[in-house]
Design a protein around this ligand. Structure first.
Ligand code: TPP
Length: 375
């Protein structure tokens, strides 16, 4: 396996000194090492498109090659600035991409992965070819030093974008892994249990990408209440827009969006629309972390989302820190005729034995559509 510190020092030897991206569980130890050891040269960005923007700015300022890291599901977010700014036919900005390959292909077969990664996994190498991005695939046995050297040389000579596609289990864990914080705040799962208990079954729930949906899935499994839930397993950051679309056309129902801090930040602009929708209750579990992929800190440490939400149009907006406050605000939101935003300040950390949905995604979608079609 590759040691993250050695990997970073190889990048630096090749004069790559600026790192930005959105973390991925495929190389969470590398992301955490960058965040902790490379404070001055690293920015964890809000989405993969913004990472490319930051990288272009860095290149304009220094003339050097920046590194952007991402999970392959974030390629969509970055295609626009890549192809219409850094591309060879526009400004020719060389960028070194490090892409976690979920749904990877191994010896012509796709390895088992979650449904949201299957199509993306299949098309990832094809997409890179289509985008004319020279790339190499690495795993724990690869000669990464050689690959990094070849790719940086090429990027520099041609002023082009290059990529390393990272397979599963390529990186070692590191001591810089973000640890579970002890504090008297609720964990996301504890807070979710309170939310779950206090929302009557008749209200549809849209849950965000990552562990939150898996925790909710377990509650639904115990209580056999899957049909009122749409798990936004992919499309990170879009659960609030899905909730907005649903709420607009299901005015008789109060729709709950259960969101994360990293996710809300990814497409914060969506609040300009959701803030106007009366039958929406937006609950953000703010654990100040990308908990699902290693616990890295998003850049929103000092942002009070409930204040942002107020400015973006929500009629009621609160921040809660314990179970009693949370229960009270849910009761309030259920009775109030206008929309409510509830930011739950919680601590990061999750159970290691969380299960995954047993049925296929279409099963849950159909159940949900039947549920929302009822009066
Ligand atoms: C476009 C995109 N980029 C990155 C990811 C990888 N990813 C999955 S969950 C997650 C973290 C979500 O953080 P947050 O919303 O704060 O929820 P938490 O995990 O802390 O509960 C990330 C980065 C993804 N699924 N999609």
């Amino acid at each position: 396996m590759i040691n993250p510190k050695k990997f970073i020092s190889t990048l630096k030897k090749n004069k790559i000194n600026f790192f930005t991206g959105v973390p991925d569980s495929m190389f969470s130890s590398l992301c955490s090492t960058l965040q902790i050891k490379e404070k001055k040269n690293h920015i964890l960005s809000s989405n993969e498109g913004s990472s490319v923007g930051l990288a272009i700015g860095y290149h304009l300022a220094t003339g050097k090659i920046p590194l952007v890291y991402l999970q392959n599901s974030g390629i969509g977010n970055m295609i626009n600035p890549l192809i219409s700014l850094s591309d060879k036919k526009v400004f020719r900005v060389p960028i070194f991409l490090l892409i976690g390959w979920r749904g990877e292909i191994n010896k012509k077969k796709q390895i088992y992965d979650e449904p949201q990664h299957l199509s993306q996994g299949l098309i990832t190498p094809k997409l890179l070819k289509l985008l004319d991005i020279k790339f190499k695939v690495i795993n724990n046995k690869s000669n990464f030093k050689k690959d990094i050297m070849i790719l940086t040389k090429y990027a520099k000579q041609k002023n082009k974008i290059v990529a390393l596609l990272i397979k599963k289990n390529t990186f070692e864990n590191s001591k810089y892994i973000n640890k579970f914080l002890t504090s008297n705040l609720l964990t996301r799962e504890e807070a979710l249990k309170i939310v779950y208990k206090n929302i009557p079954y008749r209200h549809p729930k849209i849950s965000t990408t990552g562990m939150l949906s898996r925790e909710l899935y377990e509650l639904n499994e115990i209580n056999q209440t899957h049909d009122n839930t749409f798990m936004c397993v992919g499309g990170m950051g879009h659960s609030i827009s899905i909730s907005t679309g649903l709420a607009l056309f299901k005015k008789s129902k109060k729709i709950f969006c259960l969101d994360g801090d990293g996710s809300i930040l990814m497409h914060l602009g969506a609040l300009a629309n959701s803030g106007k929708i009366k039958n929406l209750i937006h609950v953000v579990f703010n654990n100040f972390a990308h908990d699902s992929v290693g616990g890295q800190r998003p850049p929103s440490e000092n942002i009070e989302f409930y204040k942002v939400a107020r400015d973006m149009g929500y009629s009621n907006s609160f921040r809660v820190k314990n179970s009693l406050q949370l229960k009270n605000k849910i009761d309030f939101a259920l009775k109030n005729k206008k929309n409510t935003f509830i930011e739950i300040v919680c601590k990061k950390g999750h159970r290691k034995n969380l299960s995954r949905p047993k049925q296929n995604t279409l099963y849950y979608k159909q159940k949900f559509m039947k549920f929302v079609s009822k009066k």
